[in-house]
Design a protein around this ligand. Sequence first.
Ligand SMILES: Cc1ncc(COP(=O)(O)O)c(C=O)c1O
Length: 413
Amino acid sequence: MKRYAELAPSQRTIMTPGPVEVDPRVLRALSYPILGQFDPEFTSYMNDTMEMLRALFQTSNQWAFPIDGTSRSGIEAVLTSLIEPGDKVLIPIYGRFGNLLYEIAERCGAEVTSIEKEWGTVFTPEEVISAIHREKPALVLMVHGETSTGRIQPLAEIGKACRELGILFVVDAVATIGGVPVRTDEWCIDAVIGGTQKCLSVPSGMAPITYNDIAAKKINARKTIERGLRTLLDSNTDDIINRPPVIRSNYFDLSQLQDYWSSARLNHHTEMTSMLYALREGLRLVLDEGLDERFTRHRLHESALVAGLEAMGLTLYGDPSCKLPVVTCINIPDGIDGESVRNMLLNSFGIEIASSFGSLKGKIWRIGTMGYSCRQTNVLQLLGALEAVLIRHGASIHTGTGLQAALDVYEQK
Ligand SMILES: Cc1ncc(COP(=O)(O)O)c(C=O)c1O
C-alpha cells in the first residue's frame, strides 16, 4: 500500500488577495479540544462571536453570525433566503465578483438586470441611482471591494437611495471586512457578507453575515420549520408548519439558521467547532487591535508597497481614485512573462502573489496587503524579491530604489 508523507506545508509569505497568512493565535485556536455544539461553554463562544461580528460590521443588527462554508456560501445563504423567484434584482458589475452575484441571483429565480462598468473603474453613485429609478428593482446587489480589479465602490449614497425607495441593498464585503471600514448601519445596507480568509486572517471556511430587521421580515415571511423538528416547537406556528418550503435550500435557509443561532438553539447543522474557535480568536484580535487602528495599518503598508513599486518604475493598474487599499494591481511590464515571475517568487523566495482573471489574465499581478500578511517585513521582503526577480527576467526597472522608497514611508509614519 502506498505510504503518504506526514503533512508538512511550507512556510510561505502570502501576499495575495486571499487566502492570507493566519495569526499564530488563530492557528492555535484551531487545535483546541472539540466541545459539543450544545455545551454551554460552546454556545457561549457562539454568542461571543455574534457580539464581535456586530462590532466588526458596525451594526446594531440582531442577526450577525457565520455561515459554514467559504464566502460564497454566505452569498448563497443571503440571496437564497431573500430572493423570491421573479423578484427584480439590479446588479451593477465592475469585476468578476459582480458576475458571481449575477449567477447566484439567477439561480435563485430572480429577474436579473445588470449595468456594467469597464474593469479598473467603479460606478458613480448617480449612475447606480439612475439605474435604480429606471429598473425599479426589489433588491440591489453590489460588491464593495473587487479583488479581481483592485477597486472599491463607494456605497453610502446608493444605500441611502435604496432605503428611501424601500429597496433591499445587499453588499459583498468579502474583501473589505476587517481591512477597510464597512459601515453597515450608517450606509443603510440591509445585508452584508464578509469573508474570513482575507482581512480577518482566519482560514477559509466560514462566511460571516449580518442582516437587519427589514431583511429578516422578508426571510421570516418565507420561514420553514424542518420536518424533523416540528414537534419541538411550542406555539403559534401552525401556519408555518403547514407551509411547504419556499426557501429552496435547507443548508442556506436563514430562517432556520436564525433559530439555531438564537436562544431557541433549534438544531440545524453541526456547527464547525474548530472554525468557530478560529473565527472567535480572529475577531478578538481585530477588536483588540481596534478597527480604526487596523484600517490605518492597512493604509500604511499599502502606501509603503505602492511607493516601492512606483520607485522601481512599475505602474499600477486602474483608476487610482477608487483603488482598493488592500489590493494593489500592477501592470506586467511589456515583454515580461508574468507567470514566470510569480513562479520564481514562490520557488526561490517562498513569496506568493496573485495572477488575474478574464481579460486581465497575463496583464496584471495582484498583491494583497491583508490581515496578518499586512506587515512591514512582508512588504519589504516582497519588494526586495520582486526587484531581484525582475532583474533576472531582464525587465528595465530602477534598481536600488524600491526598498528605499518603502523604508522612507515607514520612517515618516
Ligand atoms: C469580492 C469577493 N467575493 C466573493 C468571493 C468568493 O469567496 P470564496 O472563494 O471564499 O467563496 C471572493 C473570493 O476571492 C471575493 O474576492
